[in-house]
Design a binder for this molecule. Structure first.
Ligand SMILES: CC(C)(COP(=O)(O)OP(=O)(O)OC[C@H]1O[C@@H](n2cnc3c(N)ncnc32)[C@H](O)[C@@H]1OP(=O)(O)O)[C@@H](O)C(=O)NCCC(=O)NCCS
Length: 224
């Protein structure tokens, strides 16, 4: 009988990005259930909506289930041509949110998009900034990205602040339907050269970031 370890059959299981007390780690089912509970306790104030798909509305059970079904769906659609790598964010070992990186035809375009959320109870403590820096390190250093993109509704100051700190350039606006109303979303784009030059200039600590398990993922994504 042939035996296959987890990384061989699903390379993302070994993926980790670590910097001191902060870690991005493969979103296992155990972590996913813990993060469903985090989301069920709240991701934003009720009068706000940072997402195009309003998955944070509803009862705590509905919100938790939305996290599970969304993430199961993402996994099932993973292919080298179109992927979304969703990583658990842990600080001091406590699961606090999700940091995602997604791309289409990345092996050709080297163009990646990020998105994230933290439980409301964990926000405003610098974690959002640091987890974006880890995600960008994975994208640029780990996967050889040339461009990283992100976007945020104009009325989401925390997300826009994190993005600006990283040195992204504004890349246009678009009006989207959000809960039946028009809402302006700001797009941003970060070139590899700007990421490399940014470093200490914006006071970000990028020292001591460790990448683990990148090789098997690169092979799956056909980057190597
Ligand atoms: C966006 C998010 C990931 C940021 O994480 P965080 O840990 O709260 O962010 P940080 O503490 O690292 O930094 C937040 C920055 O926003 C700024 N900020 C927060 N609220 C602000 C406000 N009302 N006005 C102006 N700036 C604000 C903070 O001052 C800080 O910037 P600074 O370090 O220069 O002072 C988190 O707030 C979150 O998950 N929000 C809900 C979901 C969401 O919006 N996801 C993104 C969708 S695009």
């Amino acid at each position: 009988m042939t035996t296959m370890d987890d990384v061989t059959v699903w390379p993302f299981t070994g993926l980790r990005v670590v910097q001191g007390d902060l870690e991005l780690r493969y979103l296992s089912d155990d972590l996913l259930h813990e993060l469903a509970a985090v989301a069920a306790r709240g991701v934003h104030a009720p009068d706000r909506m940072p997402f195009t798909v309003p998955w944070t509305r509803g009862t705590p059970e509905e919100v938790g289930r939305s996290v599970l079904t969304y993430q199961w769906g993402v996994r099932s659609r993973t292919s080298p041509e179109r992927w979304s790598i969703e990583l658990a964010v842990l600080r001091d070992g406590i699961p606090q949110g999700v940091q995602g990186l997604s791309a289409t035809d990345f092996a050709v375009t080297r163009d990646v998009t990020t998105g994230s959320w933290l439980g409301l109870e964990f926000q405003g403590k610098g974690t959002g900034t640091r987890m974006r820096a880890l995600a960008l390190h994975l994208a640029f250093e780990g996967f050889g990205a040339q461009v990283a993109r992100t976007d945020a509704f104009a009325d989401n100051p925390a997300s826009n602040a994190v993005t600006r700190k990283m040195g992204y350039a504004p890349d246009g606006i678009v009006t989207l339907a959000r809960e039946g109303q028009p809402a302006v979303s700001q797009r941003y784009r970060l070139e590899r050269a700007d990421w490399e030059q940014r470093g200490a200039a914006c006071g970000l600590d990028r020292s001591g970031i460790e990448l683990h398990g990148v090789g098997p993922v690169r092979r799956f994504l056909a980057i190597d």
